[in-house]
Design a protein around this ligand. Structure first.
Ligand code: 3PG
Length: 374
């Protein structure tokens, strides 16, 4: 797919609006996990280095439109950005709440953060009038929010269309471009054998992902509650663990397309909560031998140390493998963080739902809107 990249553009004295996904957990007014914020910093820094006046926008959580509650304010993110960008900024990052009526008022070398776009009526409905108001704020629109690229909303897809109608420049930011490059590498032309690790509580939420991955992967390790349904489909007892009885045929169908590696489970009060260590070591061997690895979802209740050993063994194998590895989803990144294996993971995606939809082969509307002719 062809799209303009921000890195190619001259932004001197241009007002640039960057859509980031700054949807991060916040507790007591402080950001508690900053992976997405860290990932957005190089884009903002690059725009500043290129001499732009920088406006950043994002959603946070799922507030009711038209009802701005303080708990969904991006104020803690403005503080975070001020601290992280202090060496490049002479003034703090300003949080702007009245930009729809008063404009953004930003000069070259400054960064203004727009208050949560989901406070605005029409954001989620992709209202064209609202999208035009965003477009009116800037000379160049940079779509960098991979984590929100599966949402066709006014600050993602709508503003891109409004910019085009006004004959203004739209481009992909470096983070979005890197995400698309890494995922395309893993899914379009994967070095084989390719192995996927798919965890999570239910097959039903990962059905399309499993079907798509079955087409490209030599092997898939299934873990968490998903494994229970596959174990049950093979006629094994899963004790008191939950499984989806109506998906047994689907599980069998997936097993005809690719090799499903099933953990031997250990139970606690007859509930499957982790992979038995011996079984995890066998799975680790498969991971070490893979040339491409895609990981989404935890394979045990790793948040509880007593049930984290299986996830740790698999995470360590991903780190030690020479294959190209890509990981996505909040729980997966939390496991990578907990077991400190990030250095050995080739690419960590900032996308949750967007990552899954890309893997499912769906078109991400905010990415499709960036497309230009070859
Ligand atoms: C996410 O966290 O997956 C993205 O920020 C999208 O958020 P949403 O599911 O509320 O649209």
């Amino acid at each position: 797919m062809n799209f303009l990249r921000m890195s190619e553009l001259n932004l001197t004295d241009k007002v640039v609006l960057i859509r980031e996904d700054l949807n991060v957990p916040i507790k007591d007014g402080k950001v508690t996990s900053d992976a997405r914020l860290q990932a957005s910093l190089p884009t903002i820094k690059m725009a500043l280095e290129k001499g732009a006046a920088v406006i950043v926008c994002s959603h946070l959580g799922r507030p009711t439109e038209g009802n701005p509650e303080a708990v969904y304010s991006l104020a803690p993110v403005a503080d975070y950005l001020t601290e992280k960008l202090s060496s490049q900024l002479s003034t703090p990052v300003r949080l702007n709440s009245d930009y729809l009526t008063q404009g953004a008022n930003v000069k070259s070398g400054e960064v203004v953060l727009l208050e949560n776009v989901r406070f605005n009526d029409g954001e989620k409905k992709n209202d064209a009038t609202l999208a035009k108001k965003y477009a009116d704020l800037c000379d160049v629109f940079v779509m960098d929010a991979f984590g929100t690229a599966h949402r066709a909303q006014a600050s993602t897809e709508g503003v891109t269309q409004a910019m085009r109608q006004a004959d203004k420049t739209v481009c992909a930011g470096p983070l979005l471009a890197a995400e698309l490059d890494a995922l395309s590498l893993a899914l379009e032309t994967p070095a084989q054998p390719m192995l996927a690790i798919v965890g999570g509580s239910k097959v039903s939420t990962k059905l399309e992902v499993l079907h798509s991955l079955a087409e490209v992967c030599t092997q898939i390790i299934v873990g968490g509650g998903i494994a229970n349904t596959f174990l049950a489909a093979q006629g094994h007892s899963v004790g008191a663990s939950l499984y989806e009885a109506d998906l047994l045929d689907t599980a069998r169908d997936i097993m005809t397309k690719t090799e499903i590696l099933l953990p031997e489970a250990i139970g606690d009060n007859d509930m499957i909560l982790d992979i038995a260590p011996e079984s995890a070591k066998q799975l680790a061997d498969a991971i070490i031998n893979a040339k491409t690895i895609l990981w989404n979802g935890p394979v045990g209740v790793f948040e509880v140390d007593a049930f984290g050993q299986g996830t740790q063994i698999l995470a360590t194998a991903v780190r030690d493998s020479d294959g190209f590895s890509i990981a996505g989803g909040g729980d997966t990144l939390a496991a990578i963080d907990k077991y400190q294996v990030a250095d050995g993971v080739s690419y960590m995606s900032t996308g949750g739902g967007a990552f899954l939809e890309f893997v499912e082969g769906k078109v991400l509307p905010a990415v499709a809107a960036l497309q230009i002719d070859a």
